[in-house]
Write a protein that binds this ligand. Sequence first.
Ligand SMILES: NC(=O)c1ccc[n+]([C@@H]2O[C@H](COP(=O)([O-])OP(=O)(O)OC[C@H]3O[C@@H](n4cnc5c(N)ncnc54)[C@H](OP(=O)(O)O)[C@@H]3O)[C@@H](O)[C@H]2O)c1
Length: 255
Amino acid sequence: MTSFDLTGKLALVTGSRRGIGHAIARAYLIAGARVVLNCPDADRLEPAAAELRTLSAPGNVLTSAFDVTDEAAVEAAVAELTAEHGCPDILVNNAGIQIRGPLTEIPVADWRKVVDVDLTSAFIVGRTVARGMVARGSGKIINVCSVQNHLVRPTTAPYAAAKSGLGGLTRSMCAEWARSGVQVNGLAPGYLDTDLNASLVGDAEFSAWITSRTPAGRWGEVEDVTGPAVWLASAASDFVNGQVVYVDGGLTAVI
Ligand SMILES: NC(=O)c1ccc[n+]([C@@H]2O[C@H](COP(=O)([O-])OP(=O)(O)OC[C@H]3O[C@@H](n4cnc5c(N)ncnc54)[C@H](OP(=O)(O)O)[C@@H]3O)[C@@H](O)[C@H]2O)c1
């Protein structure tokens, strides 16, 4: 099992104050890594960091507040992190939002916001961190995609377009950086019970439909994605590159 061990690794997980990102950061910490929590607001990060500091040596939990869509802020934060702790060994581009609405009505500003946070951010944060990874000759990047890379439903066009694009960006990053020892993969969760889906979890009709539509017969929990996230961050996946791994209870496999 040593190839799954993350001892000595530094992992930056964007959007890790709560939800999937927080669960992945927790799993990396337990697997031995030092983790860097992120969200746009430093004060709001502290309770999330304090919770994780109870699980490990306090110095193993760092914070870096920046907006993943703000190129200047990203570059400053990554430069500061790298100067103090070295270039991250692992980057999880996890920060994401959802704005639902009919395609004929959705404001262009909302479209741009979703594409910015869910796709352009991975380009900005990914290439900023990758410069250091390429120079070092090693690194792991995990882009948190979605079953909507593949499947869509009405009212989620900006999100589906952004997440589909993230699959293409994942393959492009692989094409450019694989020879430099960097593995870039997508992790695509199915329907998980997080704040992002609060309105759907609370909708009994939708919840019954998604439960019946998912072969596993249930909503996913954030813990369902942590094992695959550790695998993709570890040496155990060193020859896996440019792939999107679906963790969806079978949703994309079965009509
Ligand atoms: N839940 C699902 O079923 C599901 C399925 C497939 C894929 N995903 C993807 O998984 C990722 C995490 O989703 P989640 O369900 O855990 O969502 P969530 O609970 O809403 O958490 C989203 C996180 O992203 C952060 N964030 C949002 N905009 C940001 C920005 N501009 N800069 C930095 N951080 C930002 C949020 O910060 P604050 O806490 O400060 O708001 C929050 O910590 C997203 O990419 C989502 O698309 C989720």
